[in-house]
Design a protein around this ligand. Structure first.
Ligand SMILES: Nc1nc2c(c(=O)[nH]1)N[C@H]1C(S)=C(S)[C@@H](COP(=O)(O)OP(=O)(O)OC[C@H]3O[C@@H](n4cnc5c(=O)[nH]c(N)nc54)[C@H](O)[C@@H]3O)O[C@H]1N2
Ligand SMILES: Nc1nc2c(c(=O)[nH]1)N[C@H]1C(S)=C(S)[C@@H](COP(=O)(O)OP(=O)(O)OC[C@H]3O[C@@H](n4cnc5c(=O)[nH]c(N)nc54)[C@H](O)[C@@H]3O)O[C@H]1N2
Ligand code: SF4
Ligand SMILES: [Mo]
Length: 715
């Protein structure tokens, strides 16, 4: 019998409302749900691929462990967890808890209960060493928050801004730009534009988002620091800063003025390729608007000088007063989390990395409760007793995601214990001692609690499972409850916490002890009980609950608590000076940039049959004039070489890409180059990322803006 269910997709942070048709415990159709007030029927190809995934394509049906010959063979999950627990206990006894680390990736972020369970079990081991994909993503934002502090009311977005500047982010495809609506972003962007919002995009590519912009600024990759320095200089020179905001909420304005002084319009034009008139016009338009915000994405956060770029973007935003202020609305009051500051407030700089347990291989402490993934391989390969020996990977694929893949593979193979927990095989799981097979989104209870604080609106939804999971898989919650149980401890599921020091967060949660497997329903019920709505109200609402009426209004604080945004501390001033002195990157003819494609989510769905039918490989995009100049036609093989490595790509033209830029989606291809030297299965851009060229503090490698040469590779 066919049943139709309303639920929401959790492949990415758009959380699109869907209608799923199920027959005999198999999905027969998925489509977008037009009645949902947030996503209005929007639905993408990844969401549709979830059908084949749940039905068995590209998924694991059983856990695995190494057999006597060293091959991964099917294993009972309980037996595998027994063995994992035993090996971890032995390692901790012999080398101490600091020999164990956790790496979690994007996969666990759409799984509110699993993410919370993971953090709790790991906290029992006594190791601070948590790594995640955030430190190979946009952790320049954490570094900036740590050095500048941040404004608690957050930024204007598509709902209320008059002007928005988006640098190096493409929400039309990624559905994820910090501070902007993530659920069907284009719907809210179009509404904003109809209301009068002026959008400025800054990108080396005319992206899908840029086609909706009023002004598109074509920038040379890796030069956002120069661009924002130039904007700040123009604003300050003309007295266009928001005086009232600056007087009240910022410190270090004169130091900032001095630091950006060398970035004259001529210098900035030479480095960025942007005409001086356009730089002045963008500065004027932005500064003059009543409600405006500037925000970056992975482009600037992955390119050279990412921490300086981010800091200067935020400083530009701050001097112009680019945050919601007294009289503005709070659109997201945090129905499940209680987020949504209602009073103007500066949260002062924390510089967490200067304290706490330091890494083995570098003198650096935790950044928002995490350690830099750019150091992970070094931490494992370090000599001496004091190094990482066990790594538990949850919902991630560090072999592919973290810089220096050969070094990472060497490190993974050196570990005494590598465990991969997730619903798929991936490049990391192939090297694991144990692979624990977990369930998929339509097989579990869930809620929007993990995303609650980043939602654009006061919106919440829960869902029940619509499929029975296969026999051989378990929920992430059961994995961590099972491991905690073997430690003789109860597992506590707390409210989802991202970017907080777990040890310092209040220990309030629902406990799971005893022998009966824990229920994700109980965990979701508890999470909801911590918010403003009842579980029953959410369950009975067909589309979740959206509250748009009677929005609270932000107030000015009664007293000045003295906290200020530190625009230009001395280490930042030194780094700005270094960016100036280094000049633009001149070596190599081209720069390699990142881009996301709708069909895949990092390395997930790359191996899906549907993807493989549509794409043989991920293309190497080039501007048609560059192709002509190099004598290249579409489909031709090229060799792309950076200071670190070299890889084959297959060219496709992209008219919107600036000249001198090549653009490749990551997550494709083989990590071990010997397995596919001609990239016939896809081009792995990670071969071009050096594990030794890294920024300060977060050890972020250059994953975009990488100088490369491109030459025909013959057919
Ligand atoms: N060269 C280069 N490198 C990059 C980037 C780049 O642009 N260029 N991008 C970087 C960025 S932004 C990121 S975020 C990282 C991504 O790095 P990772 O997050 O480490 O990698 P993903 O490929 O997203 O892996 C997600 C895994 O989670 C699994 N998964 C899905 N759902 C669940 C679940 O419910 N439970 C569990 N346990 N697992 C689940 C998926 O099957 C998949 O294997 O890569 C980074 N690396
Ligand atoms: N379909 C899909 N959606 C995803 C993902 C996915 O893999 N597929 N991944 C998810 C993840 S983990 C993340 S972190 C988000 C990321 O979300 P976004 O940050 O929006 O990522 P992209 O869509 O790659 O957009 C990055 C843009 O930066 C530009 N760029 C590259 N280098 C530079 C530079 O130096 N300066 C400037 N100004 N621009 C530059 C690129 O041309 C590109 O248009 O997306 C999430 N959503
Ligand atoms: S955009 Fe696509 S993958 Fe993301 S939630 Fe919506 S349907 Fe799922
Ligand atoms: Mo990411």
């Amino acid at each position: 019998m066919k049943e139709s269910h309303r639920t929401f997709c959790r492949v990415c942070s758009s959380l699109c409302a869907v209608k799923v048709e199920v027959e005999d415990n198999r999905i027969v159709a998925i489509r977008g749900d037009r009645d949902n007030p947030m996503t209005s029927g929007y639905f993408c190809i990844k969401g549709s691929k979830a059908q084949a995934l749940h039905n068995g394509d590209d998924r694991l049906f059983t856990s695995l462990k190494r057999d006597g010959k060293g091959d991964l063979a099917p294993a009972d999950t309980d037996d595998a967890l027994d063995a994992v627990h035993l090996r971890l206990s032995q390692l901790i006894e012999k080398y101490g808890p600091h020999s164990v680390a956790l790496y979690f990736g994007t996969g666990i972020n759409q799984n509110a209960v699993g993410a919370a369970a993971m953090k709790d079990w790991f906290s029992m081991l006594g190791s601070p060493f948590i790594y995640s994909s955030m430190t190979v993503d946009q952790s320049a934002k954490w570094v900036t928050m740590g050095r500048m502090g941040f404004f608690a009311t957050a930024k204007y977005n598509f709902l209320d801004a008059d002007v928005l500047l988006l640098a190096g982010t493409n929400p039309a495809v990624s559905h994820f730009t910090f501070g902007m609506p993530t659920m069907n972003p284009v719907k809210w962007l179009r509404q904003g534009i109809a209301r009068g919002l002026k959008l400025i995009t800054v990108d080396p590519r005319v992206t899908e988002t840029a086609t909706l912009a009023d002004t598109h600024v074509s920038i040379r990759p890796g030069e956002d620091a120069a661009f924002f320095a130039g904007l700040i200089r123009v604003v300050l020179e003309n007295g266009w800063e928001n005086r009232a905001f600056c007087d009240r909420y910022v410190a270090g304005l004169e130091a900032l003025r001095a630091a950006v002084e060398p970035f004259s319009l001529d210098i900035v034009r030479a480095r960025t390729g942007i005409a001086s008139e356009q730089i002045v016009e963008v500065a004027r338009l932005f500064a003059a608007a009543r409600r405006k915000s500037a925000v970056t994405g992975t482009g600037p956060n992955m390119s050279p000088h990412s921490n300086v770029s981010e800091h200067l973007c935020e400083a530009f935003n701050a001097i112009c007063g680019g945050y919601r202020q007294a009289g503005d609305f709070v659109y997201n009051t945090g129905l499940l989390s209680g987020a949504g500051a209602q009073t103007e407030q500066v949260v002062p700089p924390s510089r967490s990395w200067e304290r706490g347990v330091k890494c083995h291989s570098a003198d650096i402490g935790p950044l928002f409760g995490e350690y830099p993934s750019g150091l992970l391989a070094d931490e494992i390969l370090a000599e001496g007793p004091d190094r990482l020996r066990a790594l538990i990977v949850v919902g991630g694929n560090p072999a592919k995601a973290v810089c220096g893949s050969e070094r990472m593979l060497e490190a993974l193979d050196k570990l005494d214990l590598l465990v991969s927990i997730g619903p798929r095989m991936n490049d990391t799981a192939e090297h694991a001692d144990f692979v624990i097979a977990t369930d998929l989104m339509y097989e579990r209870y869930d809620c929007t609690a993990f995303h609650d604080s980043i939602l654009s609106h006061s919106y919440a939804r829960i869902t029940e499972p619509i499929l029975k999971r296969p026999e051989g898989v378990v929920s992430d919650l059961e994995v961590f409850w099972g491991l905690a149980r073997r430690l003789g401890q109860k597992l506590m599921v707390r409210k989802p916490s991202y970017g907080v020091d777990y040890a310092a967060a209040p220990a309030i949660g629902i406990e799971f002890g005893g022998d009966a497997p824990p229920s994700t329903e109980d965990a979701v019920r508890w999470m909801v009980s911590q918010g403003k709505l009842t579980y029953e109200a959410l369950r009975d609402s067909e589309q979740g609950i959206l509250i748009e009426a009677d929005l609270p209004v932000i107030k000015a604080p009664k007293e000045d608590d003295g906290a200020r945004l530190d625009l230009c501390p001395t280490d930042v001033a030194d780094e700005i000076a270094a960016v100036f002195e280094q000049g633009g990157i001149t070596q190599g003819g081209y720069r390699l940039t990142v881009r996301r494609m709708l069909d895949t989510l990092n390395s997930a769905f790359v191996e899906a049959s549907q993807t493989r039918q549509r794409y043989r490989i991920n293309p190497t995009f080039m501007n048609p004039e560059d192709m002509a100049a190099e004598g290249l036609n579409g489909g031709d093989a090229v060799r792309i070489t950076s200071s670190h490595g070299s890889v084959i790509g297959y060219v496709k033209q992209d008219k919107g890409l600036a000249r001198g830029v090549v653009s490749i989606t990551h997550g494709w291809g083989k990590v071990d180059q010997n397995e596919d030297p001609l990239s016939l299965l896809g081009t792995f851009s990670g071969h071009l990322v050096s594990p030794d060229i890294r920024e300060s503090i977060n050890f972020m490698p250059w994953q975009s803006g990488i100088p490369v040469t491109v030459s025909a590779a013959g057919s």
